[in-house]
Structure formats: structure tokens, C-alpha cells
Design a binder for this molecule. Structure first.
Ligand SMILES: Nc1ncnc2c1ncn2[C@@H]1O[C@H](COP(=O)(O)OP(=O)(O)O)[C@@H](O)[C@H]1O
Ligand SMILES: [Mg+2]
Length: 270
């Protein structure tokens, strides 16, 4: 039985409403990918992977209960350590460990519905594992200055390792125009940081060669997907859209295209 107790709202994320902490657990309201998230978390536990919450079951209110992971999570305003290279490298290592642990889970035969605009062209990027795909600063718990756990598995989906690393770089290099970044993340050498991230993840050479092109293709799709989700799902998606996420994605596209050569050669050069 999962205990009831005082409910403390967990803020800081963008999308999940009704997320609360109860003692040393968190309770997530039901969502469309619940079965996959549950199965992935149970697989990670069996695989002995420590860097994810444990799945505990369904509480009396029908919510999924997970363990609360103590540690530091970057909120807003961003903490001073957000640009720290050692922290960044530790996130890449954690993501690699997650991807390695989840690989034996395989690819689910049946996929939960993905809310995407119809007719969006497919990218040539065959999936290899069930990726996390949302490695934002808010979704990493740090302990002793190092990334300890990933949380928020709401966007898990079959993807390539290269796509996992693109998502990692998006938030931790990070990708985008300085004007769109938090003040602590401006003026960084993004080429150097991408190289460090690819190295810490241990990305294969062939993936390094196609990474920037994939990043550009994914960013282009993101604009259509975010717009569509705002229209169809409303809620946090609509809020992000009215706050201008679409323009941010457009400016990031220009930034990626302007920096493609520099990023590409930093990531591949021997
Ligand atoms: N299992 C957990 N352990 C520790 N903190 C958590 C956990 N789940 C959520 N949180 C905290 O709550 C915040 C929002 O949760 P999250 O699952 O990321 O929701 P959202 O979908 O809104 O991003 C996180 O940034 C984190 O600070
Ligand atoms: Mg989150």
C-alpha cells in the first residue's frame, strides 16, 4: 500500500500539472505514456540502474507513485553552477549509463500515441533504444556536484543514440542564440562543449558525422510539433507557445545553421 500524507506541489517543470511530493515519494497524474514509463522504470530497477526514480505503483487516487530523489535540481533563476563543464560532462555520462541500461529493454512493439502534426516528413534516423529525450536542467538531479539521476520520463520514445546526444547538447551545450539563453549560459564556447559532451557520452564516429544535420532537422520539426501540441493539447504547451517558444526555435534554427560547420568539425575532428 502506498501511504497517504501531506501533498507538497512540485513546481518548476513546464508541463505536468498536479505533480506532488508525499513523503519520500512523488505522485504523477495519469498520462498517455504511463505504461511505457512504468515498464521502463521497472526495467531500469531490474538492470540495477540507480539513476532513475523507482516505480512504486498506483496510489488510492489513481496516480503513479515514484521515489523522490533527494539532491539539487536547477530551477529558475539558474544556479551559478549551470554552465560548469564538469557538471555538464557528468550529465553526458549519466545519459550514456541510462541508454546502456535501457537498451536491453528493446523497442516496444506497440508505441504510445505521439502527438505530432500529420504529414511531418520522417527523418532517416532508425531507433536503437527507448531514449529519455528531455534532459533539461530541471530533469537532472545532482548529488555532490555530479549528475545522479534523470527524472521526468514523460517523453521517452524509441530513438537513436545520436538523437539522445542532440537532446543533451540542446540543453547543456546549449544550442541557441545567446539572447535566448539564461545569463549564466551566454558567451560559452559551444563547439568545445559539444565535443566534451560527445566524448563523455562516447558517441560513435559515424554518429558524430551526422549529428549536426540531425540537430537541424529535429529543430525544424520541433517548431511544427510545438505549435501543433499547443493547439491540440493546450495547457502547458499552449502556455509555452504564447510565451514565444516558436520564435526561440526559429532563432535557434538560424543559430544552428550559422554554426553548423564549427560544431560539426569540433565534434568529429580526431
Ligand atoms: N522523482 C523525483 N525526485 C525528485 N524531484 C522530482 C521528482 N519528480 C519531480 N521532481 C521535481 O519536480 C519538478 C517537476 O517535475 P517533472 O517530472 O520534471 O515535471 P514536468 O513534466 O512538469 O517537467 C522537477 O524539476 C523536480 O524538481
Ligand atoms: Mg520536467
Amino acid at each position: 500500500m502506498i501511504d497517504d500524507g501531506e501533498e507538497i506541489p512540485l513546481l518548476g517543470g513546464d508541463v505536468t500539472e498536479g505533480l506532488v511530493r508525499v513523503g519520500d515519494t512523488v505522485r504523477r497524474p495519469p498520462g498517455e505514456r504511463d505504461d511505457l514509463v512504468r515498464d521502463v522504470l521497472l526495467h531500469l530497477e531490474k538492470a540495477g540502474f540507480e539513476g532513475a526514480p523507482r516505480y512504486l505503483g498506483i496510489d488510492s487516487a489513481g496516480r503513479h507513485a515514484l521515489t523522490y530523489i533527494e539532491g539539487e535540481v536547477a530551477g529558475r533563476p539558474r544556479p551559478g553552477w549551470i554552465a560548469d563543464e564538469d557538471r555538464m560532462v557528468s550529465v553526458a555520462r549519466l545519459l550514456r549509463a541510462y541508454d546502456d541500461a535501457v537498451e536491453s529493454f528493446g523497442l516496444p512493439a506497440e508505441l504510445p500515441p505521439v502527438v505530432e502534426p500529420p504529414g511531418l516528413p520522417e527523418l532517416n534516423d532508425p531507433p536503437e533504444l527507448v531514449g529519455h529525450q528531455d534532459v533539461t536542467p530541471e530533469n537532472v538531479v545532482f548529488r555532490d556536484g555530479r549528475a545522479y539521476a534523470l527524472i521526468d520520463f514523460d517523453l521517452v520514445r524509441p530513438v537513436s543514440r545520436c538523437r539522445e546526444v542532440v537532446n543533451l547538447m540542446l540543453w547543456w551545450a546549449p544550442f541557441g542564440d545567446d539572447a535566448d539563453l539564461d545569463p549564466q549560459l551566454r558567451g560559452l564556447d559551444r563547439s568545445r562543449r559539444c565535443r566534451l559532451l560527445a566524448d563523455a557520452y562516447g558517441l560513435a564516429e559515424a554518429d558524430r558525422r551526422r549529428l549536426v544535420e540531425l540537430a537541424v532537422g529535429l529543430n525544424e520539426r520541433a517548431w511544427y510539433t510545438m505549435k501543433y501540441r499547443a493547439e491540440v493539447l493546450g495547457g502547458g504547451w499552449q502556455r509555452m507557445w504564447s510565451e514565444g517558444v516558436g520564435d526561440t526555435i526559429r532563432r535557434r534554427q538560424q543559430w544552428l545553421e550559422a554554426n553548423a560547420d564549427a560544431l560539426g568539425s569540433a565534434v568529429v575532428s580526431g
